[in-house]
Design a protein around this ligand. Sequence first.
Ligand code: 5GP
Length: 193
Amino acid sequence: MKFLEDKIRAEGTVLPGHVLKVGHFANHQIDITLLREMARELSRLYADAGVTKVLTIEASGIALAAAVALEMDVPMVFAKKNATANVSGEVYCAKVASFTHKKIYDVIVPKDYLSADDRVLIVDDFLAQGNALNGLVAIVEESGASVAGCGIIIEKGFQGGGDALREKGYRVESLAIVESMNDETGEITFRGE
Ligand code: 5GP
């Protein structure tokens, strides 16, 4: 989405440690017109994929996931992050290393919320090394449901998580793919430029 790339370049901030801040329009304060456009685009891309449920991880994926689910008219589920491993047999659980918080979380979804006949679209605001998505894919597959694909606002292509998932055969659609970013100059380049 060219206008998303332009907005990231104009308003995003590149921080040390390969972190891109877009919190004032994408994932903390949310530009609701932009959110609607992004949700429509992901819904259009997956229109023929037989999606029955949208899955994300708390917290910053929730707004996008709800908007996509509304467009697709299917339920939305988010995985909760538990710092402590107090996991019962009633939940699916995966361990996820957080890119931004440098912690390992148990990520859980109640078994009731996913079933073997679900076809799940996994969405998130960012895709970096792929830890969050790999955890969500593992949960979907443990439930017996199938992964329709992944829908992301910003993939940082240079961190490899998206291409590793594609190589494993998963469909990954990112609305913007950052190919490089420089925290000294603030310069950002996108895939295909
Ligand atoms: P991954 O698990 O793919 O390494 O990282 C994805 C997760 O970390 C996302 O859920 C996102 O919330 C967070 N994240 C990764 N990179 C960034 C970034 O550059 N900026 C922000 N705001 N969040 C990020």
